[in-house]
Design a protein around this ligand. Structure first.
Ligand code: RB5
Length: 153
């Protein structure tokens, strides 16, 4: 698969581990940085990866920041993105199978390199199961177009 990856300055080393894991599994990985010592605000790179995945230029996105939280919130502002923060492989796998997550974020201050690689590997190996899950993911997509006052039943 075509994978795009980025982080902020708090997660440069973890991002490199994640990219290396994805490459070792045969994926084509584009790394948007930042380089060591370069400061980048997490919303900037979260949005970049989100837009590149939502546009179809890449199949999936990987993100990392200190906690994985801020950068995933930013990515989730892009319509079509279902970004998840995971600290263990089970949720990562299920987020692909049930939620069709298309961006995975990991926190460099939360998860060590070995566990991060395992999370990435499980996430990339899992596939969306469709079926009853597709309807529910559709309900999530519907939320992108409802107005602030609308209620979704
Ligand atoms: C940067 O210090 C830190 O706030 C960021 O990496 C991330 O943890 C935000 O959610």
């Amino acid at each position: 698969m075509r994978i795009v990856i980025a982080s902020d300055h708090a997660a440069v080393e973890l991002r490199q581990e994640m990219a290396d894991e994805a490459r070792s599994l045969g994926h084509e990985v584009t790394d948007l940085g930042p380089a060591p010592g370069e400061a980048v605000d997490y919303p900037v790179n979260g949005a970049k990866v989100g837009r590149l995945v939502a546009s179809g230029e890449y199949d999936l996105g990987l993100l990392a920041c200190g906690t994985g939280v801020g950068i995933s919130i930013a990515a989730n502002k892009v319509p079509g993105i279902r970004a998840v923060v995971c600290s263990e492989p089970y949720s990562a796998k299920l987020s692909r199978q049930h939620n069709d997550s298309n961006v995975l974020a990991v926190g460099a201050r939360v998860v060590g390199p070995g566990l991060a690689r395992m999370i990435v590997a499980e996430w990339l190996a899992a596939e969306f199961e469709g079926g009853r899950h597709a309807r529910r993911v559709g309900l999530i997509t519907d939320l992108e177009t409802v107005t602030r006052d609308a209620s979704v039943s």
